[in-house]
Design a protein around this ligand. Sequence first.
Ligand SMILES: NC(=O)c1ccc[n+]([C@@H]2O[C@H](COP(=O)([O-])OP(=O)(O)OC[C@H]3O[C@@H](n4cnc5c(N)ncnc54)[C@H](OP(=O)(O)O)[C@@H]3O)[C@@H](O)[C@H]2O)c1
Length: 244
Amino acid sequence: MDLRGATVVVTGGAIRVGRHVAGRLAERGANIVVNYRTSAREAEAAVAEFRGQGVGSLAVQADVSTHAGVQAILDAAIREFGSVEVLINNASIYGPTPFDELDEADFDRNIAVNLKGPYLGCWLFGRHMQAQGRGKIVNVADWAVERPYVNYAPYFVAKGGVVALTRVMAKELAPAVQVNAVAPGPILMPADFDQETIRAVERATPLGRIGDPEDIAQTILYLVEGTDFVTGAVIPVDGGRTVS
Ligand SMILES: NC(=O)c1ccc[n+]([C@@H]2O[C@H](COP(=O)([O-])OP(=O)(O)OC[C@H]3O[C@@H](n4cnc5c(N)ncnc54)[C@H](OP(=O)(O)O)[C@@H]3O)[C@@H](O)[C@H]2O)c1
């Protein structure tokens, strides 16, 4: 797909990995809709930067865990740019929940943001893309769904659902829309990880280092621009952790 003049929505696109991906897509000539929940200042700064590069851009505050929130992003994008060609389902929450502290609320929160959000995106944006005859959706999963570590049960259950969602929607939306996922390994560490923890992660990674948001951006560019013949794929971008 030629991104010039196309419209791309990145959920959770104001900071960190999503922000970097949005920047790379803007460089390819796409209009960028930056969805955010709390990072208003960062979202507006990204929009200003993208407009300065000559593409259209819009920030949309919305909670992806609700139908109304995802519909609001789609409506705003269509109002501004006429259509949406690409959706990157990047928004996510992440945090430990030791088994002894599991509660229903934590499960519901993880499922709502990390699984229902992408599900609503595939459904509502997918319907729009199907009607216009073309589109791409990239979901962001997690490599460790294949080999989960302890203390993150609700998160991994939700991200495992994202893998299933990718395969289900690839079939539901074929042939007009391609639906794939990237499964990041260690890319940007949570702010509360100390040096010792980061070194342990590096040691557990066959390539011996932490990745970079650029690794995710290039994989997404491949799925969006590089081929129209891949759908239902889940691509690990994990320095080899899946095979370690
Ligand atoms: N970082 C890594 O090493 C790594 C590893 C494996 C998988 N991943 C996956 O890669 C993606 C990006 O990672 P990241 O570390 O950059 O993510 P992150 O910092 O944890 O979160 C990305 C964004 O999600 C948004 N968000 C959270 N709840 C939302 C909601 N209800 N509605 C709308 N937006 C919401 C937040 O927006 P606001 O800031 O506006 O509130 C946040 O900026 C995620 O899907 C993550 O699970 C990352």
